[in-house]
Design a protein around this ligand. Sequence first.
Ligand SMILES: Nc1ncnc2[nH]cnc12
Ligand SMILES: [Zn+2]
Length: 355
Amino acid sequence: MAYTCNDTMRAFLRDLPKCEHHLHLEGTLEPDLLFPLAKRNGIELPAHFPQTVEALEDRYSRFKDLQDFLDFYYIGTNVLLKEEDFFDLAWAYFQRAHSQGLRHAEVFFDPQSHTTRGVSLETVTSGFRSACARAEEELHVTSKLIMCLLRHTPVEECMATLTDAQRMFEAGELHGLGLDSAEKPFPPELFVECYERARSFHPELRLTAHAGEEGGADYIHNALDLLQVSRVDHGVNAAHDAELMERLARDQTMLTVCPLSNVRLQVVQDVGELPLQKFLDAGVPFSLNSDDPAYFGGYILDNYVAVHQRFGWDAATWARVARQAINGSWCEEKRKNDLLAEVDAVLAKYAGVIE
Ligand SMILES: Nc1ncnc2[nH]cnc12
Ligand SMILES: [Zn+2]
């Protein structure tokens, strides 16, 4: 089914206060920043890598699957070397997403893709934290940093990364732990020890993991049972398991769904195939996110618009979607209440204008 998203609907979706929970900062590296950074840092890109912005964008529109994307993504991260590179990257994301109505973001980063190249964790987080501070001060966008472990790397390397980051977790500079990269041959059970260790760092440390993007519902069960995550990234394959759906609804465990990513990585062929209506009907909370917007053709509002074009939800349903993203955020209650009040104000502004 196709629905139009006219200018008024688009303005409504833009004005809704949006929270993003599934955004890889390294995945915001636009081709038009990648090439200048490679030059600035004297990084030679591999011979097979497309050599112009246009050629790279074209290649990004033809990913075969998650691994095909990750091969480009990790080459891209190699151009990031200095604190200012990490700052520039994150600040560009905040400005762009803010222009699309982003109000709160919980953002991932992959330390191992930098530390293995000799870039210190301190360099990475200092750049990112400065950008977060500026976003809050100038754009009133609040944020939290979530450190991810790369599941294709040995557990010992992940444990060493946790040791490296321990002080930052204890100081509350890092708010959560996640798990990303190639999913299928690296199930959650491999990382039990890592999650246990992280939990010992801080009583309020939040845990999440990518599960059910290319892995089945069993990956989601195991992330919940063995890693004790309180949120699941992607999670769309939960829809195939009625018992899991009931569990997610009962516990109000949020799925951080990434519509345009799922199409680009061929998890589904069309946004309309995503089980979003099923999640709504079953009371399974989800948020809509951009994942790696520089690679997947759109930022947060672009994802909301793509969903509208397939689901054609009314204003009340969109308000419900915005509220469940706010309620599933890891921010302070006061911030949540302010954002919930903003949803009501936007609904009032558009009352009688859209149904
Ligand atoms: N969609 C995704 N799945 C797994 N790992 C990722 N790293 C960056 N984006 C990812
Ligand atoms: Zn992701």
